[in-house]
Design a protein around this ligand. Structure first.
Ligand SMILES: [Mg+2]
Ligand SMILES: [Zn+2]
Length: 204
């Protein structure tokens, strides 16, 4: 037995979803919200075909790093191409499934993906903006935070556009603009600044 264990054992066991009369009582924690196109995968313009999938530089390593640190990752993505009828919701799902599978192969995990199908030039009124979800609006982050007990003030949004940063800040998160060069370098910075302290003991 190691008597120098710095962690006290009287802390309650972490039970992910203890339910009391239907209410989740799991602790609210920070998370990372990621834009999809040109942040995780290269954007060819309304990217939706699995054959067109390719990682942005450092993206698989970044996802693996977040996972190693126990940080939940979510994708929040504007998919106005659905509203414009350039591709279907099912095609986007297929692309997202592929992205999630590739993430697992890279040693990462994406907890959930939310998309906004709306667009100013959508031919049908129901698919037109304004809506609460299209970034720079914070709707997608707020939705995921409620669904997964995410503490937005402890969370970080990362994306390649100013609208990603604005959405993140509007949701109360820290936000970083990704310049496209190396997502794993940015991930390391984000982990050091926002997650290492609160995870006491992590020093990977
Ligand atoms: Mg983008
Ligand atoms: Zn929307």
């Amino acid at each position: 037995m190691d008597s120098g264990d710095p962690f006290s054992l009287d802390e309650p066991m972490k039970t992910p979803s203890v339910r009391k009369s239907g209410m989740a009582t799991s602790r609210w924690r920070g998370a990372v919200f990621l834009d999809r196109d040109q942040t995780l995968n290269i954007d060819h313009g309304y990217t939706h075909l699995v054959d067109d999938f390719a990682w942005m530089p450092g993206a698989p390593e970044a996802l693996a790093q977040f996972h190693r640190h126990g940080i939940s990752c979510f994708i929040v993505t504007n998919q106005g191409g659905i509203g414009r009828q350039f591709y279907t919701d099912a095609q986007m799902q297929e692309f997202n499934d592929h992205l999630m599978a590739q993430t697992v192969l890279a040693g990462g995990h994406i907890q959930d993906i939310t998309h906004c199908p709306h667009h100013p030039e959508a031919p049908t009124p129901a698919m037109q903006t304004p809506c609460e979800c299209r970034k720079p609006a914070p709707g997608m982050l707020l939705e995921l935070a409620g669904k997964w007990n995410v503490d937005l003030t402890e969370s970080v949004m990362i994306g390649d556009r100013e609208s990603d940063v604005i959405a993140g800040r509007a949701a109360g998160c820290h936000a970083y603009l990704f310049d496209g060069s190396d997502l794993s370098g940015l991930a390391r910075q984000v982990i050091d600044r926002h997650f290492t302290g609160s995870h006491g003991g992590d020093n990977v």
